[in-house]
Design a protein around this ligand. Sequence first.
Ligand code: ZN
Length: 615
Amino acid sequence: MGRISDVDVERVRDATDLVALVSETVVLKKKGRLFWGNCPFHGEKTPSFKIDPGTDLWHCFGCGLGGDVFGYVMRAENLEFPDAIRRLADRAHIEIVEEGGAGMPTGRKERLIAACEAAADFFHKNLIAGRSPGAEEAREYLKRRDFGIDVAKRWRLGYAPSGKDEMTKALLAQGFTRDELVDANITLAVERGAVKDRFFGRIMFPITDLSGRVIAFGGRVVGDGHPKYLNSNETPIFHKSSNMYGIDRARNEIVASGTAVVVEGYTDVIALAEQGIGYVVATLGTALTERHVKLLGRFAKKVVYLFDGDEAGQRAASRAAEFIDASSTPEAGNARVDLGVAVIPEGMDPADFVGERGAVEMRALIDGAQPLLRFVIDQRLSTHDLSTPEGKSAALNDAVQPLAAVKGSILAQEYVSYIASRLLTTPDYVQRALSGAHVHRPRSEAEEEQVAQHGVKAPTIDSNQARAEKELLRTVTLAPSIRAEARDLLSEEFVLDESRRVLLGWILEAGQASGQALFDSISKRDRNSAESLSEWLVDAPDVEQIEYAFREVSGRLKEFALERLILTKKAGLRALDAVKDATAYDGLFREVVTLERQRNALRTRMTQPADGRVE
Ligand SMILES: [Zn+2]
């Protein structure tokens, strides 16, 4: 992939009007200087999504997301940063130059998508009007599943003829090159430069991106044959772990209902949607991944994994439990995503079930989904013999494992009590087992650091300190005038949290930059950090107020630092013998007294005139 120059990124950004872009899909209302609308990234009925047309930055105080125009497109269409630039460049008709383009040049991906679109049309025509026995058989098969021609048209289903290279020939004749077809994985290169169709003799399900453009295919064999299902391989436009079948159609209903249902079969998605249950998507021949959950979490508050009660389904649920992280806990507030599990009884698949029992029962099954954690814990407990002490102890260690990633949360506490009641033991006993349990996936770098510095029981930074650090960041973000003065605070002494300290440094280095310029300067280092500032950059209060807030918070941070120093010195005092180490003791004692005096003076200054009381 070529590198896009900063100049081009700026050209694209300057050519894009964020308000116009967002209003293509969101109803915006102007209130004062800002535009407001219902957030496209989380379900809501009253607007908490705001855009500042002055800076072209946005922020939602419901889900906490925010950023610039690129961040918006990345989330709205599930794109990586360079692809978001390319998409907006296309929209603004700007030609961008990509340096070192050993990979795919600009427009190349659009060509692959166009090839997939053309292939989808070819397959679709074949299914609807094909005269071959194979096409006839495909229509018969669909009819048996209650999918008539109207359903095939609505879902753009197709049939790949068994002629080995019919589709490839048709697309070459339309002007696509051999390489484009191979790169889109709809054609296979065979020996001596020959090519053949990737799919033949199969019913074709077009897989689309969030905007409904075809990027890949799933093919089901008609009759017997192997494999039963065949999906496109990964291509520059298709990634199994971050795309889902039906997401473009389901997304509005997911937002409206707050729920996303995940199934495994494409025909299940269609069958449920045809019965009026439209918030359903399918994974693409893989298990549910963390990226899927994140993708759905942008639209849904609750993700229900619906599967048949067979062993494979149980394994899939168990794997899904590995994604339980802080975003599933009550502490995540508005950003919380609940993961649930619903099991289809009696060996039916979701399409069978909705066909036999109807939509009402299906909805009831989905609504009655049990929490994924509860399901997985029950499953783990059920594999042990709870009547023996050995069995109980093994069950305990097994059952606390899924809680390891959310150890300190209210959610974990609830399940600790639950496991205790199941094992007829005390919550304390379960809690001890949980303390020793480790997360089975790599920790983030920041977490590793925390552990390395403080040992496993990382003491969390005192919340007053954390609040003051955030307030410091807010003030330096909004008021360039105080940045020179804030340099004094840029050290471990005053800002304990490493990532906040790094961010503070970046902001101070941005000189007098504000608004979009500040956002850009930070996003060149790290987009996430820049986005975390959007909350403040949109709708900034007046500078005088900020300067006042800065004086306050800087005093508070200095006070906290002194307080920590005093505590350390006092601990040193306790370790000394006032008689035997008299000289050292006296010296240290005087130091403590001086520090306390400084701290008290600082407090007096800060509390006046509102409250002159000093300890
Ligand atoms: Zn939101």
